[in-house]
Design a protein around this ligand. Structure first.
Ligand SMILES: Cc1ncc(COP(=O)(O)O)c(C=O)c1O
Length: 410
């Protein structure tokens, strides 16, 4: 196996138990990490360990185990805060990126949006950054504006700037596209929006996994991501928000743990983060996310990014040599998410042939139907590479596509 990578990938692979399994009698080649990444033993063990030894509800009991569980849970929040250079009171645990964005749409919407206001998002967004705003169009009469993308999958920055009129109250854009791999120029986006007094939310569900994120350096107002794409468990996500902004918003849900006092006449609420965390949180999952952050931090986000870039470059070079190959998303600044089609072959046929070779890819619209249509397709095949993939696996992807071409090609 190859060793001229940013780190010893075989050592990394040994930490991920699932990667040694076979499918259809072939070694698993998992190229669907953008949908959900696999988990290292360190994450699995941290979760099992807390359930076997330290489990109780958090923030409630005066008893020993509740204190220990609360310490683990709050230490996970501390790890998230350190990972993105935030403070702990700016880190809210949610169920995932989708819930984080719905929380902002709902709570920022209640506090700061009225009929006629505009929210700017883009054509390249995941549905989770489109639908919550469209729901506010229905309920509040706001208007959603979409920044277009060009044929390479690059955001049209001139159009973005032109959209930033006086009615725009929020910009909400992907840090990285889950279909194209495009890394958006988020520093420029934030500077432009801030120059007009408009806050910015970044959907970091893909951005967080492919390099370091510093919310303070970015000066971003909200940043959201999911635990399960960052080698942690599902059921846990993060909403980072600037403290003042968070505390200017009403709670998302009512219940235990988010109140100061409740009387029959009314309730007062805690400050962030607790005001947004009603009820028993995903205790074990938060601790698992903390362990995932420890894991990727130890390997190093820059090393992970360098490793994945090598895989991406090799995959793009080899796939583009295949006749009829249509690479979808060729932005100059791009991470290891690779959408493609082969002329004359249905993407589902390609994905099925790959699957039978043990190569797991995603096929379809990737929860980004407007983008797929804007790029001129009905569906694409998407291979996404994570920290544990190898150059040999890139070759298996290419061989699988060639096999599909032989079977289905004209
Ligand atoms: C860019 C982007 N935004 C949002 C989401 C939604 O994340 P989740 O399903 O974890 O809530 C995804 C998941 O694919 C994504 O890739």
């Amino acid at each position: 196996m190859t060793s001229n990578l940013a780190y010893d990938v075989q050592k990394i692979r040994a930490d991920f138990p699932i990667l040694s399994r076979e499918v259809y009698g072939k070694p698993l080649v998992f190229l669907d990490s953008a949908a959900s990444a696999q988990k290292p033993r360190q994450v699995i063990s941290a979760m099992v360990d807390v359930m076997e030894n330290d489990y109780a509800n958090v923030h409630r009991g005066a008893h020993y185990l509740s204190q220990v569980a609360t310490d683990h849970f709050e230490s996970a929040r501390e790890k998230v805060a350190r990972f993105i250079n935030a403070t702990e009171d700016e880190v809210i645990f949610t169920r995932g990126g989708t819930e984080s964005m719905n929380l902002v749409a709902s709570c920022f919407g209640q506090a700061h949006l009225k009929g006629g206001d505009q929210v700017v998002t883009s054509v390249m967004e995941h549905h989770a950054n489109i639908v919550p705003w469209q729901m506010l169009e229905g309920s509040k009469g706001i208007e959603v504006l979409f920044v277009p993308v060009d044929e390479r999958g690059v955001l049209d920055m001139a159009a973005f700037e032109a959209l930033l009129g006086p009615k725009v109250k929020l910009v909400s854009l992907a840090h990285v596209s889950n279909v194209l791999g495009t890394v958006n120029p988020v520093e420029d986006i934030i500077a432009l929006a801030h120059s007009k007094g408009i806050p910015v939310m970044l959907d970091g569900c893909q951005g967080i996994t492919h390099g370091s994120v510093d919310v303070k350096a970015l000066d971003v107002d909200f940043y959201v991501f999911s635990g399960h794409k960052l080698y942690g468990p599902s059921g846990i996500g993060v909403l980072y928000g600037k403290k003042g902004l968070l505390n200017s918003m009403p709670p998302y849900q009512g219940g235990g743990d988010m109140i100061e006092t409740v009387t029959l006449e009314g309730t007062t609420f805690k400050e962030a983060p607790h005001r947004f965390e009603a009820g028993t949180p995903a205790i074990v999952e938060a601790i698992g996310l903390g362990a995932a952050i420890d894991y990727v931090s130890e390997v190093g986000m820059d090393a992970i990014a360098a490793h994945e870039t090598l895989l991406l470059e090799q995959a793009m070079a080899k796939l583009s040599a295949i006749e009829g190959m249509q690479l979808i998303g060729t932005a100059p600044n791009k991470v290891s998410v690779l959408s493609f089609n082969v002329e004359g072959i249905h993407p589902l046929d390609i994905a099925t042939v790959l699957d039978r070779q043990g190569v797991a890819v995603r096929v379809g619209q990737h929860c980004a139907e407007p983008l797929i249509k804007a790029m001129g397709y009905e569906a694409t095949v998407r291979a996404s590479f994570g920290m544990y993939n190898t150059l040999e696996e890139v070759d298996k992807l290419v061989a699988g596509v060639e096999k599909a071409k032989k079977m289905f090609g004209a």
